[in-house]
Ligand binder design. Structure first.
Ligand SMILES: C[S@@+](CC[C@H](N)C(=O)[O-])C[C@H]1O[C@@H](n2cnc3c(N)ncnc32)[C@H](O)[C@@H]1O
Ligand code: SF4
Length: 383
């Protein structure tokens, strides 16, 4: 039985980019900034949100994440209007984390200042690499210099939480190129780094025409050396791809990984809500194509709700999220967030411990480095 619902976050999806990157399968479409479209979309977002209100009964929103796509394509006027209305409609406590994802090419000093003045207190910059040849192969629209300048400017403007997204395992990348990217990033002193392994997604240009990627051995070396380097520079590795200075973890993403609740508004945005009174967890998603989204946002057709999760789905989904975290989870958190007694998992937990994939220290359960490496095998135990 659930005693109370978990913390609640809000994700807002902006589905447009200036150019589609060949590796990316996010729900994003090419479109230039356009004030009429922005304003129609912003109204659609609010209409979508208003329909969600009966499901959240005034629960406070701990974090807001405006992601994409490239939300920094939108004008600060439009984002400001949106945030203003959110503060009226929702209960957003002081100190809530408000993140904006941004592509360096869409920024300048003035826009950064305006975003900060709107109350956006965390900026997540899509950099990917500081190497010009890698940026070209990734089809990025910005240069190394623009990436450097915008990261420096964001920090100098007063953002106290800046994340840089970098990827490794890039076409023709060597170990020293990947480490060089990390060294340049660290020299900027961002509070947070996301360091993703490039994956070839089937429906993308790279998926259909795969570039030459580093072999397994190179990947293993660059990953272990990169992790050791980031640790030596004071960045805590707290999730498979996430590294943070002390107290600078991404609260929004942590809420996903700790199986919290979230509302998702915008094209293709996903939501998860716990209803303690019904002992149910329900997932939903919004119409994914922006045109269909814009047409349906003012009606119930915008949202597709899945049947409540079964007990076995809840267990697997909890593990898929929580075992990405190097700190894992506590018994009380599992039981509060799933409504399930952890004793039901004695067999898979014992097996995982025997494989040296998990450690159980009283009520604290967390993955070993080996468990993180073989996460898929570890998760299979919970299927
Ligand atoms: C939605 S993007 C937001 C940033 C912004 N759109 C940009 O790219 O400048 C989030 C991040 O996901 C990562 N990403 C996207 N596709 C990926 C892939 N195929 N493999 C690994 N990481 C990927 C990139 O690091 C990217 O910055
Ligand atoms: S990586 Fe970012 S900029 Fe590139 S297509 Fe995906 S969302 Fe757009």
């Amino acid at each position: 039985m659930f005693q109370q619902p978990p913390p609640l976050s809000l994700y807002i999806h902006i589905p447009w980019c200036l150019k589609k990157c060949p590796y990316c399968d996010f729900n994003s479409y090419v479109r230039m900034a356009d004030s009429r479209l922005e304003s129609a979309y912003q109204q659609a977002l609010l209409a979508d949100l208003v329909q969600e209100l009966p499901h959240i009964q005034n629960r406070p929103i701990e974090t807001v994440f405006i992601g994409g796509g490239t939300p920094s394509l939108f004008s600060s006027h439009c984002l400001g209007t949106l945030l203003e209305k959110l503060y009226i409609i929702l209960t957003i406590p002081a100190g809530a984390e408000i993140t904006l994802e941004a592509n360096p090419e869409t920024l300048n000093r003035q826009r950064l200042r305006e975003f900060l003045d709107l109350g956006i207190n965390r900026l997540s910059l899509g950099i990917q690499s500081f190497d010009e040849s890698s940026l070209k192969k990734l089809g990025r629209i910005h240069s190394r210099d623009t990436a450097l300048t915008m990261a420096q400017t964001a920090l100098a403007t007063g953002f106290t939480h800046v994340n840089l997204d970098l990827m490794f395992g890039l076409p023709d990348q060597t170990v020293s190129m990947a480490l060089q990217d990390l060294a340049i990033a660290v020299a900027l002193h961002p509070q947070h780094l996301s360091w993703y392994q490039l994956t070839l997604e089937p429906q993308t240009v790279f998926g259909k025409h795969p570039p030459t990627l580093p072999d397994e051995e190179t990947l293993w070396t660059l990953q272990t050396e990169g992790q050791a380097y980031l640790a030596s520079q004071g960045y805590e590795h707290y999730e498979i791809s996430a590294y943070a200075q002390p107290q600078a973890h991404c609260r929004h993403n942590l809420n996903y990984w700790q199986f919290g609740d979230y509302l998702g508004i915008g094209a293709g945005a996903h939501g998860k809500l716990t209803q303690p009174t019904h002992s149910q967890i329900t997932r939903s998603y919004k119409q994914s194509h922006p045109e269909r989204y814009l047409h349906t946002a003012h009606s119930a057709d915008v949202k597709i709700t899945e049947p409540p999760l079964s007990e076995s789905q809840i267990i697997l989904e909890f593990m898929i999220n929580a075992l990405r975290l190097t700190q894992g989870f506590y018994r009380s958190q599992f039981e509060q967030r799933t409504g399930i007694d952890l004793n039901q998992l004695t067999l898979p937990l014992t097996q995982a411990i025997a494989h040296n994939w998990l450690i159980k220290d009283h009520d604290h359960i967390y993955p070993t480095p080996l468990g993180l490496r073989y996460l898929n095998n570890l998760l299979e135990l919970f299927v």
